[in-house]
Design a protein around this ligand. Structure first.
Ligand code: ADP
Ligand code: MG
Length: 250
């Protein structure tokens, strides 16, 4: 712990789920002469149960980068990220200092993530892709598949597609499979990267309803939402991000 004092906020405040302080990220392009690309300047964020924070800002502002840092996909260049984890004595896990094993555990139990695009796993059926997060928690396979079917039906993914791998699906179908997989396990913390970007109005509305339901059951949500109407519907608060100023090339 390097003599750092333990933050007891997670003990005192039962609603606090995620705390980020001074999150900065600079990408270093080793294949291009070590050029540095500053993507996040140092972001502070607290998210409590029942909140949905919309990240707002132009393309390139670092919204997706922030979500990836929160999920532990990218290691932040500076700052700290704490995630509620009641299995730890101090009630939080430090994402920025966690072992791969701990990251995998909190991804199973605490923090869910819907990426902008589905990572297709060859030859695995849609039903099994969606059921997997429940199976990882020890839910029996048939029960997990039944639940996956309910999610896919609600998201209008036609039943004739459920036994197929989603590689050949349309962008909108893949996105709905991705949303079903990301929400099925009802994680207490959810990170959503443009979940409605390639959906038609009907499905966008269904996804908005699902996000509001998740919030009302107490999920703490951080999301990037494609359009203002969706933001209005789902978000309780917004956080503005701006592209980091880079010196002009000489
Ligand atoms: P947003 O989601 O707000 O559109 P991003 O987080 O995707 O923005 O990107 C922020 C900045 O970081 C951009 O300049 C982008 O080019 C850069 N960036 C994002 N990911 C990487 C990466 N893996 N390697 C290098 N640069 C990246
Ligand atoms: Mg993005």
């Amino acid at each position: 712990m390097n003599g750092e004092s333990i933050d007891t906020s997670f003990v005192r405040d039962d609603k606090l789920m995620l705390r980020a302080r001074g999150i900065a990220k600079t990408f270093v392009l080793h294949t291009q002469g070590g050029q540095s690309i500053p993507a996040l300047p140092g972001v502070d964020l607290d998210v409590s149960r029942g909140e949905c924070v919309a990240l707002v800002g132009p393309s390139g502002a670092g919204k997706s980068t922030l979500l990836r840092c929160l999920y532990g996909n990218y290691l932040a260049s500076a700052g700290s990220i704490q995630l509620r984890d009641d299995t730890c004595e101090q009630r939080y896990l430090s994402i920025t200092g966690a072992s791969a094993h701990d990251i995998m555990r909190v991804r199973r139990d605490v923090i869910g993530y819907v990426s902008q695009f589905l990572r297709v796993i060859p030859r695995v059926s849609t039903l099994d892709i969606v059921a997997e997060p429940l199976i990882a928690r020890g839910v029996e396979v048939d029960a997990a598949r039944a639940r996956a079917g309910e999610w896919l039906a609600r998201l209008n993914v036609p039943e004739r597609l459920w036994q197929l791998a989603p590689a050949t699906f349309s962008g909108g179908e893949q996105q709905r499979v991705n949303i079903a997989r990301g929400l099925i396990a009802e994680h207490p913390v959810l990170l959503l990267d443009e979940p409605t970007a390639s959906l038609d109005a009907t499905n966008r509305h269904i996804v908005s309803e699902i996000i509001v339901e998740a919030r009302k059951r107490g999920a703490a949500i951080v999301g990037i939402f494609h359009d203002e109407a969706t933001r209005e519907q789902v978000a309780t608060r917004r956080l503005e991000l701006e592209p980091v100023e880079t010196p002009a090339f000489a």
